[in-house]
Design a protein around this ligand. Structure first.
Ligand code: ADP
Ligand code: MG
Ligand code: MG
Length: 257
């Protein structure tokens, strides 16, 4: 049973401290919601977990099953089974979703593969992709489009969910896309996460949409303020924050910001 452990994590961007001692343990099969006002450091936590070079860990640790994640390069983290869907996903014009997914899936399934070595056989890959897309009620045409190129917010979410379904990571961080999702897109996204089986991974969902959480009720909700997790509760905390905002939190932890 996998376990992702973040202890006393401090992260700076340049010389500006952003995270100031984050402690968070996610077990395989658990869903955690991460909430908090804009600029509190939610995306920074995800980027630090993935090893984004602009985010420097100055103190603390991240381990996966006891292995030092901070010692791994970003692509090693991905191969080890950590996945992040970015708030601002990168477009890769000229690279089709299907080809991108075939490479990524190969790398995750054969972590020792060297660049240039065999990919998953095309026929096998196509069959699996088709099955997963059908299961997620996605049009196969979608896989022929260039990665995130001109995607709507809803399509970025779909692309992210297809990656999740194919890569089957041990842990996934889903950061809310910037582009607004309409109600249908949110419902579709949340149903799809449930379809993939959130119990098959550890999930950290950064979201302001309570609908995403209604279909995927988190076992834990964490509130970030000023680079620290100031409160942890169950799914009722996510509901409260969605309905009433962060006034209570700000009053309760005036020193945090
Ligand atoms: P959230 O996702 O909770 O809205 P972020 O993690 O994006 O918050 O940002 C937290 C703080 O770190 C903000 O003050 C933001 O301006 C700063 N920050 C994050 N990334 C960068 C960056 N690449 N360059 C400069 N400042 C950054
Ligand atoms: Mg933000
Ligand atoms: Mg963010």
């Amino acid at each position: 049973n996998h376990i992702l452990k973040i202890e006393n994590l401090h992260v700076s961007v340049g010389d500006k401290p952003i995270l100031r001692g984050v402690n968070l343990t996610i077990k395989h099969g658990e869903t955690h919601a991460l909430m908090g006002p804009n600029g509190s450091g939610k995306s920074t936590l995800g980027l630090a977990i993935m090893g984004h070079p602009g985010y420097t860990v100055t103190e603390g640790s991240i381990t996966l099953d006891g292995e030092d994640v901070l010692a791994m390069a970003p692509d090693e983290r991905a191969r080890t089974g950590i996945f992040m869907a970015f708030q601002r996903p990168m477009a890769i014009p000229g690279v089709k979703m299907a080809d991108f997914l075939r490479h990524a899936t190969t790398n995750v399934r054969n972590p020792d593969r060297k660049e240039g070595e065999e990919l998953i056989p095309m026929r096998e890959f196509r069959k699996e992709l088709k099955e997963k897309m059908a299961h997620l009620r996605m049009d196969v045409e979608f896989a022929r489009r260039y990665v995130n190129d001109g995607f709507s917010g809803g399509e970025m979410k779909r692309a992210e969910i297809l990656q999740l379904a194919m890569l089957q990571p041990k842990f996934a961080v889903l950061d809310e896309t910037d582009s607004g999702l309409d109600a249908d897109a949110v419902r579709l996204a949340s149903e799809s996460i449930a379809d993939i089986g959130r119990e098959k991974m550890g999930l950290l969902i950064i979201t302001h949409h309570d609908k995403l959480l209604v279909h995927n009720p988190p076992e834990f909700t964490h509130v970030m303020l000023g680079g620290r997790l100031v409160e942890t509760g169950g799914k009722e905390l996510a509901v409260e924050l969605h309905e009433h905002g962060y006034d209570r939190i700000r009053k309760a932890y005036p020193e945090a910001e």
